[in-house]
Design a protein around this ligand. Sequence first.
Ligand SMILES: [Zn+2]
Length: 488
Amino acid sequence: MPCKVCKNTLIFLDKDPSCPKCEKLSVVPYEDSLKISDYLISVFQKKFLNLVKNAKKRQLLANVFWYRERHVRRIYTSYTHIDVTQLLACNLLLRRLIQMDDFLEKEEINEEKIVDIIKLYTDLTQFEEDRVRLEAGNWSMLKLKKYNIDNLEKMTLDAVAVCPNEKYDRVMKAFAKHNIMPQKKAELIMKEWAKQLQEPIVPGSKRSKTAKETISLFYELISEFYTAFFRSRIYTEAFGLPSDYKISIDPIELQRFVGGYPMMDSGLSYREFVDFRAELISKFGGKYKQFLNYFVISQENPATPLFLRLDDNVLISQAFTELFSYVLHVIINRDLFDAETEKRSKKFESQIVKSHFENIGYKYIPNHIVKNKMEIDGIAISKSNVFVIEVKGWKSRKLIEEKTSKDILVREIKHAIEGLHLDYMSGKIKTKVSLPKKVKWVNENRKKFRISDSVEIKGMLVINDEPIISEYNGCIVRFVNDFENNSL
Ligand SMILES: [Zn+2]
């Protein structure tokens, strides 16, 4: 929905859409905005280095690790909505600091100091996130004061500001569908959730026994964290595993293992490395190497920081590891998780489509099953039109804030109409009945549905993204949000 007057892309200052052109606001050109963004990041990097250069490195790392642990514990004890930006800053700090060598080892790091450090780093990572959003074209930069693009050293920090533009709407909607939402709404949902569970989740609890049970029971939580942890490349740097990972460690086992270490209010638990390794071997057998490789970060090993090795000791972070074990379910059991997501989203979207057609006077037959042959998500029938509906549902998606490749979207649409389904883990493609074949079947069974001979029957795919192609193989492609907004 560009500006109705001048067709310019709208931006969102606060919450209201405004047209930069009509309202005489100055938008920084794309290339300049990236250059300025890089400059701002470098300014904050310098500030940060100044703040930590005197620190004792091991103390600094241990304190960040402890800060993160306390932060996560709060969601288990009081169902506070988690502040993912702080977790992001902590994890990036752990992964980046451990690789840095030029500390002067003079300054003691106390709790007050660590709060300052994390605050500054949260600001810095915010600038890095802005950079990703600007690059994807989802956000815009506004010029508020004069600057010279060739002499940015003289630019003041308040000369520019960034804000989402209308392209970011798609991202926000995707987040809402994965339960990533404004704090107020999230708090309400957490309260509701607390009532259902009756007791707080205790790390290492044995409530769920299988991956399927866990995914179904904690679906919202898992989905929220998976989407949040991998929303852009910065998040992937903070929380991700190496791209060629091969993990066979059961997340439930990981949860139980970490739950075996006592959790203290006064500080982190730790083990001597030799004991820790012995415990790993007795619990995981030959897989202990995988465990050390992927989950125990040290100067020599750039792992996901579930455990922190400093010289001869391993620091333990029960609450964060518990949280990560949920995400690990998705990483390891992607197909189970995708199936659950698809089931839930299809149910939800089918309802939206059904209400829409009923509101405009159609008869709607949901979920028509032809035994041993096919499943039709919906048939919408009026005197002049019949649509055979296929609802795609959605899958968990990585890198939601980055540009989604058009090629991928087009391929997904074609596959959905052709009835092709990619099995994520095996990489094999499974074939189901295509939408044109379903249309053909309805066509041959007109009498059954009291469709007169003169009415045209068309296939319609309902997807969860702005359709890049509006028709394929004789079938119409529609965006589910258009049903919600009644803008068809
Ligand atoms: Zn305008």
